[in-house]
Design a protein around this ligand. Structure first.
Ligand code: NAD
Length: 321
């Protein structure tokens, strides 16, 4: 079997490779060729840790495996990242363990790729202003992947903790784009595309703040109770997601569904748009909203791509197992 250590991932995976892997597996999910298995996530009663598994099988790409890991709040004091994950890939024909791949950077890349795929397939072609809500670790990855999809001329941003906005300013500067910190009214009035990537448990962006034609990628809500936008916004928008079953339980749509504002039938898979079986945006005035909940198949897709690159370049470590 192969080992691809965490430290090797940065030199192997690009935004483009992550985008291609995630776009392809979203389409496979929509065709029924790839399936996510039920997610396990438990407080283990030690180190305040939340630990779990996300797993699945992509019959088209023959990717079978799981991402295991979670959140260890005390890690920062040990000089480690609080979020820890590793991906295990198995041979779909024999069940033998094929590879262990470091999953920390891959998680950020696959999450950013998901919103970038939504922008490619759902945003208006002429968008110019990217609005960022959230300035944590993931926000920089989100911005870098998003600006590759359209000719953005400016980034604007808001964060609950303003001292973190320097991350958005620095990332925009690295990408050669001007950045302006704004309030949420200005953000909704100016942004053509909005990405929210926060740990919020209350709505941040209100329905009335969003103009027609906007594309919104809600990426922070991946757990029951989390929330980033007012539920009424989902009733006004065309809602898309990676996986409908997850969207209505733990994604941004959970609140609008619980409030009776939308039903699961009103939510479409982004993979169907990629595959051409759903038209996606139908007018420049539509509001499109992507509920990116994060599925195990995304992790398997990017880990498998990283493994192939590592084998090709001779950087994967082979061990007898
Ligand atoms: P981080 O801890 O580095 O940053 C957290 C961000 O949320 C910061 O911008 C912070 O100011 C903001 N925030 C914290 N509490 C808030 C509150 N009560 N109200 C509004 N904003 C608040 O986290 P990160 O690594 O950038 O991840 C952000 C979120 O994305 C996390 O909640 C994480 O679970 C989620 N996530 C989702 C996926 C997915 O696939 N959908 C993948 C990875 C991470």
């Amino acid at each position: 079997m192969w080992i691809v250590p965490e430290a090797a991932i940065a030199d192997l995976m690009t935004e483009e490779a992550s985008f291609a892997a995630v776009e392809s597996v979203f389409a496979a999910m929509s065709r029924g060729d790839a399936v996510n298995f039920p997610v396990i996530r438990e407080a283990i009663g030690h180190a305040d840790a939340l630990y779990g598994f996300k797993s699945g099988f992509d019959r088209a790409g023959l990717n079978l495996g799981l991402k295991s890991g979670g959140y260890w709040p005390g890690n920062m004091d040990k000089g480690l990242t609080n979020h820890q994950s590793s991906v295990f890939l198995f041979d779909a024909d024999t069940g033998q363990c094929r590879a262990v791949v470091g999953g920390n950077l891959l998680t950020a890349l696959r999450t950013a790729a998901a919103s970038a795929v939504s922008i490619r397939h759902l945003a208006r072609p002429d968008v110019k202003v990217l609005g960022m809500i959230g300035a944590g670790h993931q926000s920089a990855f989100q911005m870098r992947a998003a600006v590759k999809q359209r000719d953005f001329e400016k980034v604007i941003g808001w964060n609950l903790h303003p001292e973190m906005l320097s991350r958005l300013a620095d990332t925009a500067s690295e990408l050669g784009l001007p950045f302006e910190a704004v309030d949420l009214d200005q953000l909704g009035a100016q942004a053509d595309v909005i990405i929210s990537i926060t740990s919020s448990f209350d709505p941040i962006l209100m329905d009335a703040q969003v103009r027609p034609g906007t594309h919104i990628a809600c990426m922070g809500t991946d757990t029951i109770g989390k929330q980033e936008v007012e539920p009424r916004l989902l009733a006004r928008a065309q809602v898309f997601t990676d996986e409908i079953a997850q969207s209505v339980i733990l994604g941004e749509a959970q609140h609008a569904v619980k409030d009776g504002l939308i039903t699961a039938q009103a939510i479409s898979e982004l993979g169907a748009v990629i595959d051409g079986t759903h038209p996606g945006r139908t007018s420049d005035d539509d509001i499109t909203l992507f509920d990116g909940t994060g599925v195990g198949l995304q992790d398997l897709a990017v880990a498998s791509a990283a493994l192939e690159l590592a084998i090709q370049r001779g950087t994967a470590i082979e061990v007898d197992f």
